[in-house]
Design a binder for this molecule. Sequence first.
Ligand code: 3H9
Length: 696
Amino acid sequence: MTEPVTLSTAGTIAIIEINNPPVNALSQAVRQGLYDAVIQADADTEITAIVIIGAGRSFPAGADIKEFDQPMQDPQLPDVIDRIENCEKPVVAALHGTALGGGFEIALGSHYRIALPSAQVGLPEIHLGLLPGAGGTQRLPRLCGAAMALEIMFNGTAISAKEALNAGLIDRLVEGDLRQAALNYAAELQAPRRTKDATSGLADKAAVDAALHNATQIATSRMRGQLAPLKIVDCVRACATKPFADGRLFESDCFFECLASEQSKGMIHAFFAQRASAKVPEASRAQPRPLSHLGVVGGGTMGAGITVAALNSGLPVIMIERDHEALARGQANVEKVYDRLIAKGRMSLSQKSEIMARYRGSTEFADLSQVDMVIEAVFERLDVKRGVFAQLDKVLKPDAVLASNTSYIDIDEISSATNRREQVIGLHFFSPANIMKLLEIVVPQGAADDVVATGFALAKILGKIPVRAGNSPGFIGNRILGKYGDCAAHMMEDGATPYEIDAAIVDFGYPMGIHAMYDLAGLDIGWDNRKAAQGQRDPAERYVGIADRICERGWFGQKTGRGFYLYPDGARIGTPDPEIVALIEAERAKKSIAARKFTAEEIMARYLAAMVNEACEVLREGVALKPSDIDVTFVHGYGFPRYRGGPMKYADRYGLARLLDDIGRYAQDDPVFWQASPLLAELVASGQTFNDLNKG
Ligand code: 3H9
């Protein structure tokens, strides 16, 4: 087995290489190897300088997250980095790939930093509910100032080596052979230069105070409810006010407090769940088909958003519309996205032209004859979609993949309009398709493995987070949403206002409540679906007519200025509407329901019970492969707070037996709606959790 850390020499320079694929995570073995190598090189009188470098694709991308659920073994990373910084000889960190988290902290503890231009550096700990706990909060502000340090730690996204160079975080960029360049650099250096002694970043007290104030505001508004952002602010304050050693200890205490929190457990679960969702049986059995040219049918909101996502990722796209007028509108929808960026100064005209050079519009299906994949994004009606697929079948090359962007429609019904059903999949993009990360990849019966694998390959190209879904009405996300949406409607009819329900949901950590979300999406969409399903509804099922009454008045949400909320003068945040409260009371009176009070706790208990119970059915039917896929769906598509990990992770913590008891209690009033999923009952009986299913 290759050693995770090797020490070699080139003349009088020691090279310490970290080799722990795939991302050189700083496992115990790596920390030990690094610590030993640093001590050995520092003690060697023949050695004049030390280079630390990563093997393979990257400098370390951080602590080994897999070790976070066990007690941390010595040597601790902060001690290893302190030892690096205390070396008597100059230490150069040579960066390539992604130097993140603890990896970047090693670089900050090294005396000098050299990097390839393609390298990226960052402190993404906040996305794991953590803070940089190996000196990052103490060293970074000393180098680049509190404002920039807070921005880097709050965003958690990596910055380019060039930006890092400009900020004084990297000393030199080099092209070509990084190892040789680092050796040359090390040979020039005379003495250590310790970041802990740097003061320039903190010299301006007023700037530090302003940065802390600003960050506190963000932590309590946009990041409300999260522990790590507030702790990061505290650490930077400690950096500005305490000696380095005290600040470092304070940081360590804060790190372990965050690590012990449920929030970090939720976010770490979300991290691994996201990676697990891309691993599907089909992709392990087959290679994706080539994918270098895409067709999109339809230039409406979804078609244009998908086109933008594809153009942005470098794919050429042909957009098809039924006539020249519609095509012009489609192209305008695409260009609008770029024009907005230009107006905000985030894109130049020449960048837009470069992207639009990959775009072509046509009104002829025949122009799709050479594309590798077509995504149909026309009106959400089966007959319209079937018409498009019949036409595509006639013109596409034999091995092309046919995909339908739909949020509800049966893919089997769509694919049967073609003579190549095994080449058809569903792709449920979320709006706006160029922004939202989630992509449900719907696998109908008989889909070929390599076709499914191509769907996942497309997701990777587009930078989307894919989740495999079976072909069931509403797939994973909308099917479950339908259930907890009904639960919210029941509570509304029983006495909770939509505003109380939304407040409870926001308080739980969602960015908005379900009624505000309905208003944003347009109430007419649900109304159309309900009208279409009218004949098929089970008469024993409880039906709440409040949303229908609202739609009958022509109030479809934000776009009409009112829905559940009022949106005066184009406001984007709604205000409660007394007329809606009166309308609900009238509906209640029709059914002789006496309104009762709901606490926020009861609202959320019922809401989440409906969500998780339906999720169990989705699992039991194989529509989702594993509970963590449902977590990914709800975190990335429906606003479930990431720091809670997702509904299934939350349910494990809440307790499945308790959840089953709750459902049994609710069923006393409405046994039709509240039928416990057999899967939930089985898990409780066998003492298992959703996480056990994830592992299985
Ligand atoms: C930290 O550093 C704390 C310190 O401040 C203080 C300590 C005291 N550990 O994402 P990919 C695995 S906190 C373990 O698919 P990409 C990943 O699970 C850490 N495993 O590749 C996957 O495994 P598998 C701060 C890790 O090219 C494989 O590597 N650092 C780690 O799309 C490939 O990953 C971070 O938060 C890890 N740290 O993206 C960085 N990282 O193949 C987290 C990855 O079995 N990592 N794996 O599914 C990332 O952001 C991305 O993985 C990265 C590569 C950008 C590096």
